[in-house]
Design a protein. Sequence first.
Length: 130
Amino acid sequence: MHVFVYGSLRKGMHNYERYGLDNCEYLGNATVDNLQLYDFGEFPAAIADTEATDLAGEIYKINKRRLAELDILENYPHGYDRIQLDFGAMRPWIYFMIGRVGKGVPKIEGNDWCKYVLEEKRYNLLPLYL
C-alpha cells in the first residue's frame, strides 16, 4: 500500500523520521488537485476545495502497521479522514481535515508546506540537523 504525504511527514520535516518514513520506499513527488493547505501552526491541514490545484507531496510505500501509526498521528477518523487517490496503477492514501477552516487560519499560497516553512522562516518545524 502507499501514502501521499504533504506536511510534517515529508522528507526534511519534523515527523518524517519520527514516524518511520525514512525507512519506507520513496516513490516520488506528486501533486493533487481539489485540496487546499492551511497553516495550523506546527502542521498544515488539507481541506477540500474544488478550486485548489497542485497540492505538493511525496508518495511512499508503507505497510499496514505504518498506516495504523499514521492513523493515530492524524487522529483518524475523528480529526482527519483518509481516502485513496487514483494515480492509475497506484492508489495512495491521503489524509485531509474534516470540516471547515475557522477565521484567521492562514491559507498556504502555493500549496507546498516545505516551501512555505522555509519562506516563512519557521525553522522550529525542521529537524535540528538541517
